[in-house]
Structure formats: structure tokens, C-alpha cells
Design a protein around this ligand. Structure first.
Ligand code: SF4
Ligand code: SF4
Length: 451
């Protein structure tokens, strides 16, 4: 598709479907959002369009521009579909229960309707097998979720033991855990089974974190417990730790203090060539119905989302490895091969929508009884929110079509992300111009920013 030239300001132009940023006095950083390729081009004149026009062949030779007969939108769709319809591996996010030992002020499940019955470990492993076979997949990526997935370690161990009895093969196992529960049984499990990463949240130093994430039974502090457990995990296992921080107005100005502390405590695990601690900053999602804390403090509820990117830029410039920050081009809701299995064996299309009828797809029993019908329900539930109008949008290759959960939950008219992109695109391209990928989906500041 042909695109018009858009001038964001003196430094950022969208021309020939490319974002072109004057990254310094000497060169442009050019980003193709459909192919996700980039290039540095010397600035030759005061006219950006002329500079691009004079270097068309160079840009084609470096995979930035495609030849006229190629439709880059079509190529972009192909790349997305290879992920969407890759059924050789199925990803199962397993919520075996909502039980948790913490109370968090912004807990996603504070209003989630609780199921009346839950599957046993054997039934869950059997469910994984049924899902795998429905897709004809060779293996499973398993993500343990909750509640707190290690709330009952014996339950997890039993599920994994049973899955091996059933002959299931895992590409990888990961867990989203609050990091407060660790014992020899869990360490052993992590070492025996193919655990690759754990996502653990620290929302700030103790003065911040402990006000937001505390033990349910006595409101006592969790920060020191978590840091100590991370130390044990780093020494006694090989897993990577994705250190997540939920950023909002109450902790955004405190994050750099947390980073300074962690840099000191875990230097060797952060600054090595193969980092074991990788940082991520996320924003709060709105729990079903209302959570006052989130409504008041979430950055995504305001026009201040740009602050999230400013923070990201500040942190990665310190040389720490970070998870990719681009808005996801595909979310779980778009991927038929990513299944969320709830405590009672119902399947959901979106992780935050678990327990809510809008995101309910079918059940394990439905798959067993009527597999073709269940498969069709899964495919239908995973429809993209992008419409035909998106093909004339400069953000097409960077956009998932927006969040359906937020649209439903906040009663929005559309999930279109254009206002968000308009606000943040310059910061996003600036950050991209300074990063390099050091492992799949892990980024660090480029060593020599002038080259
Ligand atoms: S619809 Fe929204 S909440 Fe659900 S998986 Fe996608 S981005 Fe996440
Ligand atoms: S920003 Fe809106 S119009 Fe553009 S691709 Fe996303 S959903 Fe479509």
C-alpha cells in the first residue's frame, strides 16, 4: 500500500512506509515497521525525503525497502500468520488455582468469580495432553500461573510427574511467581524439569514494594524474602529471572533506586554476556470491574503513558538487559495455539479475561466430546481486532489491534491504539535506535552508539 508522508516534527518523518528519525547530526535511523528491519543512513541534506529518494537502492539492498511489486503489508501478514498458525508447539498457561499467599493492592483476580470445583493434578496433565492432541502439536510450552503457582509445590510436582507418565514433551516450562515461596522441592523441580525462566515482581525497594505486595496472613513484608530467594535461584538453578516491575504513578519515581540496588547485589548476573536477570516494566491492567488503586494510579488510564517509555529509556541507558518494550504485535488473544486453562478445566482466550464469560471458549470435556466444534470455538475466539481500515495505518506492523479485555472492561468504543502510538511513537523509535538484541527478545544498549 502507498503511504503519505507524515511529519511528526523536525526529527521524525514517516515516508515510504518507513519511520525516519534524525538520530544524530550525522545519520538517520530508519525503521521499517512492517518488516521490523532497521538501518542507519548518512544525512546528506536538509531534506529527508530527498535523502531517502537518493538512496533507494541502498535501502533495498539492506532489506529496508522492498521492490515496488512487493506489498510489505502482505509480507507482514505472512510473518504474523507463521506465528499465529504454528501448531507444532502449543503454549498452555496453566492456572491450577487462584490460591495465593500474598495480598497485592492491584491483584488482577480480586474480583474474579471463583470456580466451584478444581481439576486434580492428574486431570490437569490429562487436559494438557488433550489440548496438545487437538492441535496435533509435537510439544508444549508450559507457563505456570495462578494465584501463586508454587502455593502447593506437591500439586505442581504431581502434575509434572503425571505429564511425563503420559509421554508429554515440553519445549520449556516457565512460571509467573511472586517469588516468596521457595524450598528444596521447588529447587529440585526446577532442576529436573525443563524450567527456563521465572517471572518475579519487585515493585521498588522495601519502602515501596512492601506497601503493595505483602503477605496475606499478617500483612508482613516480602521484599527481603524475594531478594533472598532470587539469590538462591541464581546459585542453585540455571533459570533466568525476568524481574518485572509494575509501574504506576506511585512508584515511577522510585524505580531507579531499585535498579541501583539490584545492580549492586546482582552485578555478575546482570552485566555478563548471557544475563540471568532480565528486566521488564509493565503497567497495571484493570481487574474485572473496579479496583480503586488501579483506576487512580495506572499510567494506562491517563495520557501519561509516554512516561513509561521515558523510564524505559532512562533504565536501558544504564546498560541493563531488558525485555522488548514494543507494544506486542500479537497478544495471546490472537493466537489459537496459546491456550489458558483455568482451575476447573475451562479454556479462556485471554489471560486477564479468565473467569469472565466474554473470554470463555470451551472446556476440556468439550474437547473430548466434540473436538471439531471445540477447535472451531478456539479459532473464533482468537480473531484479530484489526480491521480493513488498519491497512492504511502507519502503525499496522507494530499493533495487535489493541486490547479487547480493556475495551470490554472499560466499555470503550474501540480498541484502536492510534492515540497511544501518536503519543509514544517518537520515543519508541528513539529507543529502538539505541538498542541491540542480545538474545531472542532481550535488548541492551548498543555498545557503540555512533556507528
Ligand atoms: S486482549 Fe488484552 S489482556 Fe487479553 S491477552 Fe490481549 S492484550 Fe492481554
Ligand atoms: S492503531 Fe488502530 S488503525 Fe492502526 S493498526 Fe492498530 S488498530 Fe488498526
Amino acid at each position: 500500500m502507498k503511504s503519505q508522508t507524515l511529519y511528526y516534527d523536525d526529527e521524525l518523518v514517516f515516508y515510504k512506509n518507513l519511520f525516519i528519525l534524525k538520530a544524530s547530526k550525522f545519520y538517520y535511523f530508519i525503521y521499517n515497521p512492517l518488516l521490523h528491519t532497521s538501518f542507519r543512513l548518512q544525512i546528506e541534506s536538509a531534506d529527508t525525503e530527498l535523502d531517502v529518494d537518493n538512496n533507494i537502492q541502498t535501502l533495498i539492498d539492506n532489506d529496508i525497502l522492498t521492490r515496488d511489486y512487493v506489498d510489505s503489508y502482505e509480507v507482514c501478514d505472512y510473518l504474523i500468520n507463521t506465528v499465529r498458525y504454528n501448531n507444532s508447539v502449543v503454549t498452555i498457561t496453566d492456572l491450577s488455582s487462584y490460591n495465593c499467599n500474598l495480598s497485592c493492592v492491584y491483584c488482577m483476580q480480586q474480583n474474579t468469580p471463583m470456580p466451584s470445583a478444581a481439576l486434580t493434578p492428574h486431570e490437569r496433565a490429562q487436559g494438557w495432553k488433550v489440548i496438545k492432541e487437538l492441535f496435533g502439536a509435537n510439544s508444549i510450552n508450559l507457563s505456570l500461573f495462578g494465584g501463586e503457582p508454587f502455593f502447593d509445590p506437591a500439586f505442581v510436582e504431581e502434575m509434572l510427574l503425571k505429564s511425563y507418565d503420559l509421554g508429554l514433551v515440553f519445549d520449556s516450562i516457565s512460571a509467573v511467581t511472586n517469588g516468596t515461596i521457595l524450598n528444596d522441592k521447588i529447587v529440585n523441580m526446577i532442576n529436573i524439569y525443563p524450567f527456563t525462566q521465572l517471572q518475579i515482581t519487585l515493585d521498588g525497594l522495601s519502602n515501596v514494594h512492601d506497601k503493595r505486595r505483602f503477605f496475606k496472613k499478617d500483612k508482613s513484608k516480602t521484599f527481603n524474602v524475594i531478594v533472598n530467594n532470587i539469590s538462591i535461584l541464581l546459585k542453585q538453578t540455571n533459570v533466568k529471572i525476568i524481574l518485572n516491575t509494575v509501574i504506576d504513578f506511585t512508584n515511577i519515581n522510585e524505580y531507579s533506586r531499585l535498579i541501583a540496588y539490584l545492580k549492586e547485589v546482582f552485578t555478575n548476573y546482570i552485566f555478563c554476556d548471557e544475563p540471568r536477570i532480565i528486566f521488564n516494566i509493565g503497567n497495571e491492567c484493570n481487574p474485572f470491574e473496579i479496583c480503586e488503586f488501579t483506576s487512580v494510579n495506572s499510567l494506562s488510564n491517563t495520557n501519561n503513558f509516554i512516561k513509561y517509555y521515558e523510564l524505559y529509556a532512562e533504565i536501558f541507558r544504564e546498560g541493563i538487559p531488558m525485555i522488548m518494550f514494543l507494544p506486542s504485535i500479537i497478544c495471546i488473544k490472537d493466537l489459537p495455539n496459546e491456550i489458558i486453562l483455568s482451575p476447573n478445566g475451562d479454556l479462556y482466550s485471554c489471560i486477564t479475561g479468565v473467569g469472565h464469560k466474554d473470554f470463555h471458549v470451551c472446556s476440556i470435556d468439550d474437547i473430548i466430546a466434540r473436538p471439531a466444534d471445540a477447535f472451531a470455538s478456539i479459532v473464533k475466539s482468537k480473531r484479530t481486532r484489526k480491521g480493513f481500515g488498519c491497512y492504511s495505518c502507519q502503525y499496522y506492523g507494530m499493533c495487535s489491534g489493541g486490547c479487547e479485555y480493556n475495551k470490554n472492561n472499560l466499555h470503550l468504543e474501540t480498541s484502536c491504539q492510534k492515540p497511544f502510538f501518536d503519543m509514544c511513537i517518537k520515543k519508541i523509535i528513539e529507543i529502538l535506535s539505541e538498542l541491540e538484541e542480545i538474545q531472542p527478545h532481550v535488548y541492551r544498549i548498543r555498545k557503540n552508539l555512533n556507528v
